[in-house]
Design a protein around this ligand. Sequence first.
Ligand code: MN
Length: 701
Amino acid sequence: MLRQYELVERVKTYDPDADEDLLNRAYVFSVKAHGSQLRASGDPYFSHPIEVAGILTDLKLDDKTIATAILHDTIEDTVATQGEIERLFGPDVGRLVDGVTKLSKIETQTESERQAENLRKFLLAMSSDIRVLLVKLADRLHNMRTLHHIAREDKRLRIARETMDIYAPLAERIGMYGFMEEMQELAFQHLEPDASQMISSRMARLRETTGANVHRITGALESLLRAKGLAASVTGREKRPYSIWRKMAARQMSFEQLSDVMAFRVIVDDETDCYRALGIVHGRWPMVPGRFKDFISTPKPNGYRSLHTSVLLGGEQARIEVQIRTRLMHEEAEYGLAAHWAYKQGNDGAPAREAYPWLEDLLEVLQDAASPEELLENARLAMFQDQVFVFTPKGELYQLPGDSTPVDFAYAVHSDLGDSCVGAKVNGRVVPLRTRLVNGDQVEILKGKVKAPDPAWEAFVASAKARAAIRRHVRNKRREELLAMGAKLLDAVAARLRVALTDEIMGPALGRLKLHDRQALELAMAENRLSDDQVSEALVPGATPTKRPRTGKAKAAAALSIEGLTSGVGFLLCDHCRPVPGDRIVGVRHSDAPIAVHIIDCDHLADEDGEWMDVKWGADSAGAAARIAVVLHNQPGSLASLAASIAAHNANIVGLQLKHRDREFHTDIFDIEVESTSHLATILGALRQVKAVVSAERVRA
Ligand code: MN
């Protein structure tokens, strides 16, 4: 275990201005807080946080991060409190330790791939400060190094699996390949002990039989490059069991078929030297076709840069892999963002912005930061800032767009759940459905019996999936209502004609109307694209007794009798005020047109230039069409219940305009044939009793 002064010294070597006092106080506090607690290894517990801090000094991290590492388990595992840490070590360290503690509380709930990916993203999103994540990864790395001390196999396996699925890929995501590889190798030993053993022993045998020797090849490479005037440092190693295992699995090969189990790394001064070194290596040994990759001219998406090739070593008939890179590329590859940060501190060269295109936003922040401290504090992982991660009651994790609500969550789980959602609990409390979810919320959806998403939801949902589902549902409901409406209109026409809507009648009628089925006809009637007369004519050609000609502003009303008009004199009812028997009316005589009949206070009377005449409804008036506007709650079946009520009062709907709906209400205009104003009043009264109806009024125009 690192002693106190050793740890401080290490930090001082790369940061002479580090706060020595802070580090000393953190060290003493942690040792005291963990007291006599022991690790599974039998070591005192405090050796763990000190070693974690040690790992982070390799990354040359700042004093606050090192202090955080030293204190990272105190809140979770000792009596120390968040307040205490903040008071003693300042708000920054307090916030960082709190961040690490929160990450540690997140337990893997399921092992499916999708869950693992979500959990990785969640951890990234929760790590609002990159240092929190670095401490967490170092913590996990040290736990993996000491995992063999844990006696319970199920616990060991769980931790190893979690490391393989969550933490190693996370390390990779932020470019920390050194961490990633070590975690994978350690996890592999626990997860696949037999395979791990088998590969290790076969490698030992290979070394004996081929005489291929890492040390010898390293020397050969180095002297070759030096002879050509290139200063390069070469390191070599045998590939590690897990990476061999993966290759065997990926290429379906046996161990014997794998020949390149050794890899060498050539580190040179600059990019030009990388290509020179490549030329020298290829000039000396034949390259393996198809294995050369230039990640310098085309870096990997995460910014990784290097030249990769494989060559055949003649005598041994062994293949070796060679990676060629500059020192900067190497540090970036090993320590990812952390290396980037170290360079930013001024140790060496400028950070290669273009090397991290995927962290564009983050780098923007980095470059605006005034000090290394501010830089790290601002180093938010911008790529997941517009996402929110929430849990089901069973602990499954879902990734949703930022600003998502319980409705978005419901639709993300299943569209049926979204459709039948009536309420939601967040963290156990009932909340309005428009509540914005935040990271880590646990969301439970309360289901209703029927699937009836509220069109009003569309105003606040954040996900495209929820929005599309709500729209689709509203559209379908709308169609159902129109069909119910159209069916009633069609039945009414058939009843007037006294025909049954058999296939023999319907078939030719649809043909005449150029419609392909009965539903299309009902829809056309409901949407007022076909008049009753057109439909009766199609059903029984020639049987339509009275064709009501549509003449501009007024309709003929031959079935009406109006006192004061000479029998046989034509008249038209005003199309604006739509008088019905019982209304006080006035006639206007024109020289070349039928007499126009208006309600006494019709606006259009002002425009009439003819001669006014007194008229009254005749005793045998049969009825006329009044226009009414009905405001309805936007709910399933409202239109059909309305139509039913009108029909129940012996009135015909002769025209219908469906106005655009808003989220809660819609207004529909009906023209209904009534006997009189009192008949109309009865119908309006009845309509107002319908549950879905907000208001029903007679209107003009
Ligand atoms: Mn720990």
